[in-house]
Design a binder for this molecule. Structure first.
Ligand SMILES: [Zn+2]
Length: 172
């Protein structure tokens, strides 16, 4: 594989190991010319997918593009990178096994929304704001209301109300 830093046509594999439960092979590579290191991923691809935009424009489906749009919505959220990888793999697998090679971009957006909804409320709202093109605060408010999002189901509700046992032995 060509070196992305200096363009040298060949690079060496230094380390190769399975990741994501064996669904991926991760390879660490090094360029013999400029010594730069980088990582490549080998994944199963069941079929070639084409994303059809609402404008009718057709572009080849790219996992990396999907990843970038998701990364924007999860910035500074405390989410394990592995969970995101698994989520993306799940979305890609669903698209690949849908039987269609042409995928409307809306369909991709819906799958991401579904996945994020279960993962992190803030990321979900952020993604929705881009995907649904929110323009003003009202749009967020409406969305959160319609979706019945209370904002405390993102795993950070750690109010520990055990008390200290007082009041349990309350004699009458
Ligand atoms: Zn190089």
């Amino acid at each position: 594989m060509r070196c992305p830093f200096c363009g040298n046509p060949d690079t060496q594999v230094k380390d190769s190991r399975p990741a994501e439960d064996g669904n991926v092979i991760r390879r660490r590579r090094q360029c013999p010319s400029c010594s730069a290191r980088f990582t490549t991923f080998e994944r199963v691809q069941l079929r070639e997918l084409t994303v059809v935009k609402t404008s009718g424009r057709r572009v080849p489906f790219a996992r990396e593009k999907l990843n970038r749009s998701i990364q924007l919505s999860i910035q500074k959220r405390n989410i394990e990178p592995d969970r995101i990888e698994q989520m993306i793999s799940g979305i890609v697998r669903r698209l690949e096994s849908s039987g269609e090679s042409d995928i409307p971009s809306d369909r991709v957006g819906e799958l991401v929304m579904d996945a994020l909804k279960n993962l992190d409320t803030v990321a979900y709202v952020r993604y929705a704001s881009v995907y649904k093109d929110f323009h003003k605060v009202e749009d967020f408010r409406e969305f959160i209301k319609d979706e019945h999002l209370s904002g405390d189901n993102s795993g950070d509700s750690n109010t520990d109300v055990h008390g200290d046992g007082e009041g349990e032995a309350r004699d009458r």
